[in-house]
Every structure is written in C-alpha cells, then in structure tokens.
Design a protein around this ligand. Sequence first.
Ligand code: COA
Length: 322
Amino acid sequence: MYSRIAGTGRCLPERVLTNHDLERMVATSDEWIRERTGIERRHIAAPGETTADLAEKAARRALEAAGVTAADVDFLVVGTTTPDVVFPNVGCLLQDRLGIHGCAAFSIEAACSSFVYALSVADRFVAAGQARCALVIGAETLSRIVDWTDRTTCVLFGDGAGAVVLQPSAEPGILSCHLGADGRYKDLLYFPYGVSRRPEDAGHGEGAFLQMKGNEVFKVAVKTLEGIVQEALDANRLDCSAVDWLIPHQANLRIIQATAKRLGMPMERVVLTLQDHGNTSAASVPMALDVAIRDGRIRRGDLLLLEAFGGGFTWGASLVRY
Ligand code: COA
C-alpha cells in the first residue's frame, strides 16, 4: 500500500509587498534583491489574519481538488513554525473550522522543513492503513517575526499556505521520505524566545525577531540539499534523469540553481515560485506543487523530487509518483 496525492491547494494573503515597496522601507534595491535571491514580491497577512486562516483556505481548495469533503478527513497534520497560539495546535484549530471532530490533529515544527516532515508522517499512517484521507498542510505567517527594519532578513520572507490530500493507493505514490537535522547549527537561524525561554533571557540585541547569519546558512543549505536529494534517489535506485520535476523549498534562487546543477537538471524542470512570494517557510513546497499541478506542468505519472531545508537545521526530501 502507498499513499498518493489526491489533491492540492494553496492560499496567499491579498496584500502584496514588492521589492520597490521595500526600497522605501530599508536601504535596499529591487536589483539587489532580484540578483541575490530571485524574489520580486511577497504576500503579507492582513492584521488579524492568522496561520490557521491561510491554512483553512488552502485546505478547502485541496479537499475540493481531491473530490472529497472535510468529513472524509481522518488525519490532519500542519507543518508550521508560526502557530496562531502555543496551544491548541493549528491542527486542532483547523479541525474545528472544518467541522470535523475526533481524528488526530497536530502540528509539526521543523521550520522550513515542516511540510516535508509532516508529509512523511502522514505518508506512514496512510501507507500502513491507519488513515484513509490525510490532510497535510504547510502554513506560515513569518511576516510576524521578521524585523522590518533589517534589510538582511526582511526582503526574504512572506506568508502563505499550501495543502495536500493523501489517500491510499495500490499504485506507487509517495516512494520514500528522507529527513535529517543537526542542532549544532541552532545559532545560524532562529527566533530567540518562546514560552520556556522568556524575552528577558534573549541575547543582547536579538529583539523579538527572526535571527539569521544568511551567508553561513547559504553554504550549509547548498551542501546539505545535495546530500539529501542524492539519498532519496539512491534509496529508490533512481538516476536524476528519471525525475520529471524538482520541487524545491523556495528560499533563494541561487540555492535552487545549485541543487539543480548538482542533479544535472535543467532549470526548465524546476518549479520556481519564489519570485512571487519569497520564502514562505513550511508553505513553500506545497504551494509550488499546487502551482505546477494547476497550470498543467505536472501530470499524473510524473516523478517529483521534493526537498526542503530550514532552521534547526532541519532538512528533508521525498520522491513522489504523482
Ligand atoms: N539590500 C542591499 N544590500 C544588502 C541587503 C539588502 N537587502 N542585505 C544585505 N546587503 C548587503 C550586506 O550588508 C553586504 O554589504 P557589505 O559587503 O557592505 O558588508 C552585502 O550586501 C553582501 O551581503 P551578503 O550577506 O554577503 O550577501 P549574500 O550574497 O550572501 O546574500 C542572502 C544574502 C541573505 C540573500 C543570502 O546569504 C541567502 O539567501 N542566504 C540563505 C538564507 C536562507 O535561505 N534562509 C532561509 C533558509 S530556509
């Protein structure tokens, strides 16, 4: 038994913040942002609009695409690092909004890799016959933890949500998932406090904002992603020429180009969406998947290679027969 992608959906908040808008906020330029990152614009949640709001819209679209109703869902997992509240988890908030009750509902927090982590867990439950309709979501409102006066980070991030419905199938769907992490890199990309660690315990100058040593993150990301995509291919005794579409975490165009080059994949076979929404963390992979499925690039039977890398560091990859 395999789990198979039955439908996808996405949601971006309405408000768009372009590189030109950012030129008026910090000492940056459209040219610098496009050259160094590939990003042109990002979407920002409205005041009061939360991660669960975006997740709900993406989820409803994925359910519709899969031809199922919320009542069919028997497993719900949300990858997010920017939950509405500490608890109840976003999975429970979403479960309530969808009017379904009783099934497992939880969130997974692995920064930008959260969706790939969530997908791997849901895949195991569906493939083992313990779930028949799993809703897997990546949703974030990173704009809430970005310092909008810091040009080294604020140009990179945006908000959004992507969703996938997984159902059992005798035909191959998700072939394998590969996860990894290394906490030694905890100081390169982090948010300085939460509940147990209070604001007064945060380091000098950290503030209530995402902290990142971009240059160092870049180097580890490129090296780690090379390793994880190769691990996924090796585990399935596949060569990269078998892959129809690379669906990478959308953080930086140069990181994506490096992974594609390592795989020997032309950029025409890479789904790129970061120009339209920047780094949306857990939402990036399912949103890119949804874009390319809906615009007809990805067809049934195509082999997809999903990959992500994020704070922790955490990382993951998955080979999927769509
Ligand atoms: N606009 C204009 N100049 C900027 C800028 C901005 N938004 N941000 C930084 N700069 C400046 C720096 O201050 C530096 O100036 P200096 O040379 O006078 O000191 C110069 O540009 C180069 O900075 P550097 O950090 O070396 O640039 P870079 O080529 O590494 O690009 C990132 C910076 C952040 C785009 C890049 O490192 C990156 O994308 N890293 C990975 C981040 C990431 O993906 N994080 C999430 C992982 S999930």
